[in-house]
Write a protein that binds this ligand. Structure first.
Ligand code: 6PG
Length: 244
């Protein structure tokens, strides 16, 4: 399912409204809302809208449990940190209990951090299936999502929920949730904006000719739904392809 918005601001407003609705539904139904935030730059405006009136007054923050889909293994004060972006955009401004915010701390040994984060997730979900109520994801121009990169080992993981990852050429490691966990989500929401994403979006929604599907195309929760919120600039590539 794909919804197109005129510009990044309208896309962010739609994403924030979707977040509010998901949080309220989950809090009513089960007393808590488990969400995995996306990194990158696209979600920042959505986070800022959630942190401001009126939306900030509509979310049952006391029931919200915050996780991350991935993280860069850099200090939490580093501008590349997904935790820092979420703190600045959202978490420093809303009353989510500190005990319900679960950063992917991995500035040390990524392998040990992956094991530790999986333990945090298992403690949170307990004996129940590990099903996030909402997973926010972005899309890289190479088709990656979270830190599941084309050709990366993390994409092939079939058992672990959290593994280290690395984008070749980057001088820092990452942690990422894996497909076995992501594909148990109740709801995945992709946020994609900008003309630079038009080509990859067309490849994601076009006929799959690649030997291995692009990572973002592997996000297909068996018992959940995927919704793509895209802006017109990103969608134009898809529209052009359909008209060929
Ligand atoms: C990360 C993100 C990554 C991001 C995409 C899109 O930590 O890098 O999780 O998957 O969502 O690269 O990034 P932009 O939103 O900045 O285009």
């Amino acid at each position: 399912m794909i919804q197109v918005y005129p510009d990044p601001e309208e896309l962010s407003r739609a994403a924030a409204a979707f977040f509010v609705d998901s949080a309220r539904r989950a809090a009513r139904a089960q007393g808590r809302f488990s969400v995995a935030l996306s990194g990158g730059s696209t979600p920042r405006r959505c986070y800022e809208l959630l942190a401001a009136v009126p939306l900030s007054e509509q979310v049952p923050w006391e029931n919200v449990h915050v996780f991350w889909g991935d993280e860069r293994c850099v200090p939490a004060t580093d501008s590349r940190s997904n935790l820092l972006m979420a703190r600045q955009g959202l978490l420093n401004h809303v009353p989510v209990p500190g005990s319900a915010i679960h950063p992917m701390a991995c500035a040390g040994d990524p392998e040990a951090a992956a094991v530790a984060y999986e333990r945090i997730l298992r403690d949170h979900f307990g004996a129940a299936p590990p099903r996030f109520d909402l997973v926010l994801l972005g899309l890289g121009t190479d088709g990656h999502t979270a830190s599941l990169f084309p050709g990366g080992d993390a994409l092939d993981e079939t058992k672990r929920w959290v593994v280290p990852a690395q984008l070749p050429g980057q001088d820092f490691r990452r942690l990422t949730l894996t497909l076995p966990l992501l594909n148990q989500a109740h709801q995945v929401l992709f946020l994609v904006a900008g003309a630079d994403k038009a080509e990859i979006l067309a490849r994601i929604f076009g006929p799959s000719t690649a030997a291995k599907p692009l990572p973002a195309r592997c996000i297909a929760p068996a018992g959940g739904a995927v919704l793509w919120l895209v802006d017109q600039a990103a969608f134009d590539g898809l529209k052009d392809r359909e008209q060929r």
